[in-house]
Design a protein around this ligand. Sequence first.
Ligand code: PMP
Length: 358
Amino acid sequence: MSRFFSKKYEALTPYTPGEQPGGRAFVKLNTNESPFPPSKKAMEEAAKASERLQLYPDPTCKRLTEKMAEVLGVTPDKVLMTNGSDEILNFAFMAFCDKEHPAAFADITYGFYQVFAELNGVPYEQIPLNGDFTLPIEKFLRLPHTLFIANPNAPTGLAISLSDIERLLQSNPDRVVVIDEAYVDFGGQSAVGLTEKYDNLLVTGTFSKSRSMAGARLGYGVACPALINDLNTIKYSTNPYNVNAMTAAAGYGMLLDEEYTRANCKRIIATRARVKEALEGLGFVVIPSLTNFLFAKREGLSGMDYYLKLKEKGVLVRHFETERLKDFNRITIGSEGEMDVFLKATEEILKESEGVLL
Ligand code: PMP
């Protein structure tokens, strides 16, 4: 830390992104990316946009916003496109949280919520998940806080129902509820439709998972026009050109090919079922997942050991070191072939581990 760094950030612990290894070619199952490339239409649109990079992008992202609204079945004034969904989540902390409106989120959830709260000087409460990692809805119902809920949750993969989301929205109409749907396309139910009925709901989404565009950084939010206006105030006060021209074009191309996205999600869901069954056959406990990853542990095999042994064999998964999570690893669902490599490596590790023989 230099002597110039502002005191207000002194205690900030930044988010730790998953490893992005250079050099050795890993089977990369650690950051929940899609194993499939973006649609050809996305690449074509991005290439066209690259010919006009001397110009600033359209700050309103008009063409993309209108297409996104059409795909989601809402009006364009209810949609804001952002630089990844991380950006709209940060905007939400800036717009809807302060000392009078602290934030609340689960103790086990997307790590960036805590970082954004700290960054913005927002007081926050972390509500412990139940022993089986389900969300204690009753505890959230009573809170006056702005709520941040990943649905499905990460890294557990578990979801709450739309009726529980409605209970949260109704129980206190004077607080904003943010539902982070980064993984919703892998079997979850979207709350976007509820934005027609509730003016205190913000739903966020991303192109990083089901839409194969993690490298381009594109996310979005859906809410009533008044909330979108507030978020736009933050956007135009930080970076009006938050979505670059090539990303906006690629996103538009991606949305022209929803069939491709749906087919990829179907493949991931089928592979997820196969891998879950195979892991259970090998003695693992696997949390039922509605996402593109599995959260799994095995008695007799420490989470850290399993992570390190997989890494030695060229397979990267995500390990968390906190007390409640340290037995587990989060395994992204890759292509069929990648998951075969992963399962073979797992079998070898079990065979090699004395006392945990198959
Ligand atoms: N929400 C959740 C729950 C996530 O896991 C992620 C991905 N790390 C994000 C939001 C952010 O995704 P992105 O910024 O790539 O859209």
